[in-house]
Design a protein around this ligand. Structure first.
Ligand code: BTN
Length: 324
């Protein structure tokens, strides 16, 4: 951790800390502490200084800073083991893919304040304006077969719903395979990209996009009937760093469950939150269009669809619409 992260962690933990105490903990001079505090203030941290109480963190800016995010996570984590934040990049999935090929360890998370070429599933564009959402990618190297990769998408969607629920009180629905909706409008999506050999996953990238602090006017017009943000749904701004670290904590928890062979537990939770199950739907997968009833999820996370002809089809991806 850098000195800035150590100072922020100490202020969060103790409420207020004297300059002398911080200097001793970090093994640097009080003047050096003062200069770090000044730089943190320039970044937007409101830090009060009083002769009696020392330094006190009054407010944090809504910025994603790698050190600060790392300081908010438990030390024994896999997910978020290393965090990189870009001010702008084309797509965090591309950055994570490059780093994966260069041998980066699993658990690496790449955030961007904005993406110029954010992409969604099925070749769609993902709008990623600066400072308004969480646009990030998680690199994992699970010991699973390629056909089990859907388990990670299920983990991402489930972890996201729990983090959103505990941070905002909202209860998002999951629309198969990986959309999160509030009041029928999309707030988040997951783009899972895989590098695999015949029977093993080499690495997998979970790309997560979550609309956090946009107002209605900040969405492109064509998204108005389709998308919303947490701020619109809850009526106030949400702290992105706190939400981001909560998501990483929950994802770490679900990743450990998969590791421990407990995907069935996760699948049960997913099924309880998924509003697609039990509904009559149309799924478009590639050039196939299937119609039927979404029955359940199998042990690999695939959707079991009872078609209108009574056959049970196993679907691993596609675009779902509800039949009226
Ligand atoms: C979808 O619902 O279609 C998935 C959207 C995934 C968007 C995220 S934002 C971070 C990561 N980088 C990308 O280019 N896409 C994913």
């Amino acid at each position: 951790m850098t000195n800035d992260a150590l100072i922020l962690a100490a202020l969060r933990e103790a409420g207020s800390v004297s300059g002398a105490d911080l200097a001793q903990r970090l093994n640097i001079s009080r003047a050096a502490i003062w200069s770090r505090i000044e730089d943190l203030r320039k970044l937007g941290y409101e830090i009060e200084a009083s002769p009696h109480h020392g330094y006190q963190l009054v407010r944090s800016p809504d910025l994603l800073l790698a050190d600060d995010l790392e300081s908010l996570l438990p030390s024994n984590r896999i997910v978020g083991r290393e965090i990189i934040v870009y001010k702008e990049t084309a797509s965090t999935n591309d950055v994570a893919e490059r780093l994966a090929r260069d041998g980066a360890e699993e658990g690496l998370v790449v955030f961007a304040e904005s993406q110029s070429k954010g992409r969604g599933r099925l070749g769609r564009k993902w709008v990623s304006p600066a400072g308004k959402g969480l646009w990030f990618s998680v690199l994992l190297r699970p010991k699973l077969r390629p056909q089990e990769a859907t388990q990670l998408t299920v983990a991402a969607a489930t972890a996201l719903t729990r983090a959103i629920e505990s941070t905002t009180g909202l209860r998002p629905e999951i629309k198969w395979p990986n959309d999160l909706l509030i009041g029928g409008l999309k707030i988040a999506g997951v783009l899972t990209e895989l590098s695999a050999e015949l029977d093993t996953i080499k690495h997998l990238i979970l790309g997560i996009g979550l609309d956090v602090n946009q107002t209605v006017d900040e969405f492109p017009h064509e998204l108005h009937p389709l998308a919303t943000s947490l701020q619109i749904a809850v009526g106030k701004k949400i702290s992105r760093p706190l939400l981001a670290t909560q998501i990483l904590r929950e994802l770490n928890f679900d990743y450990q469950r998969i590791h421990a062979g407990r995907f069935d537990e996760l699948a049960d939770e997913w099924q309880r939150r998924c509003t697609t199950l039990g509904k009559n739907i149309v799924i478009e997968t590639g050039d196939r269009k299937l119609q039927g009833r979404a029955e359940s999820l199998d042990q690999d996370g695939a959707l079991l669809l009872r078609t209108q002809h009574g056959r049970l089809e196993r679907i691993i991806g596609g675009d779902v619409s509800l039949l009226k």
